[in-house]
Design a protein around this ligand. Structure first.
Ligand code: KIV
Length: 257
């Protein structure tokens, strides 16, 4: 990533929770894959990411790693896998590398957790620090709104981003912060920045794959651009299949022995 920032070359990270999606991403040219704890919402159907466990992350991480050859797989550290102590954080980050096969971890960080991040980095594990809207602290933040609108929070986010670079993170991810703040921080930091709902000036862009593909029902979030309508196309295909079975069009001669 750092070489891309130095060369002024934008890059993409997308999420995967399974082997087939990982293969699809890699075949499409995606170089970085996040096994996001968004699998809590997108795969398991939970209301938020809080119930996701290290075991679930390892299960999905293994599946994603099985589908990749070249892509760098980054593992999200789920809620309560790093909040309690440095020891917990190192142990759980280590499990995501050792058991799932990821090459780096992503941690949602608040200003009190810089030492936690540093402890994981110092143990020899690559870390992305995730700031701005941090879904694991949804109750403390009071929802999923834009972060850093007012000067006080904006200043805190700036200090946090710089502290994460100093702590040894190889990248900082900004979720749902004003584009101008993300642009300012991207020019101040020497490490690459990743944006989701953080404007065009971040070094790289990250989205949930199902959102990009239109694989979910309903209206997309403001920061998502859909490039396909996989949900609608799949629904139509399944309706045709049901109709074919009901009218004895399937299986035909070609599908029979
Ligand atoms: O869990 C996730 O998918 C994320 C995002 C930044 C996309 O953290």
């Amino acid at each position: 990533m750092i070489d891309k920032k130095r060369a002024n070359e934008k890059f993409v990270i997308l999420t995967a929770y399974d082997c087939l999606t990982a293969q699809l991403l890699e075949k499409s040219g995606v170089e970085y894959i996040l096994v996001g704890d968004s699998l809590g919402n997108m795969f398991a159907g939970y209301d938020n990411t809080l119930p996701v466990t290290v075991e679930q992350m390892i299960y999905h991480g293994k599946a994603v790693c099985a589908g990749t050859e070249e892509a760098l797989v980054i593992m999200d550290m789920p809620y309560m896998s790093y909040q309690v102590s440095n020891e917990d954080a190192i142990l759980n980050a280590g499990r995501l590398i050792k058991e799932a096969g990821g090459k780096a971890v992503k941690i949602e960080v608040n200003p009190n957790q810089i030492d936690r991040v540093k402890a994981v980095v110092d143990s020899g594990i690559e870390v992305i620090g995730h700031i701005g809207l941090t879904p694991q602290t949804v109750y403390q933040l009071g929802g999923y709104g834009l972060q850093g609108k007012d000067q006080e929070v904006s200043d805190k986010l700036s200090q946090l981003a710089l502290a994460l670079e100093k702590a040894g993170c190889f990248s900082v991810l900004f979720e749902k912060i004003p584009s101008a703040l993300a642009a300012k921080l991207t020019s101040e930091l020497t490490i690459p920045t990743l944006g989701i709902g953080a404007g065009v000036d971040c070094d790289g862009q990250i989205l949930v794959t199902q959102d990009v593909l239109g694989a979910t029902e309903g209206k997309p979030l403001k920061f998502v651009k859909q490039y396909a309508s996989v949900f609608d196309a799949s629904k139509k295909a399944l309706e045709y299949f049901i109709e074919d079975v009901k009218t004895s069009q399937f299986p035909g001669e070609a599908h029979s022995f």
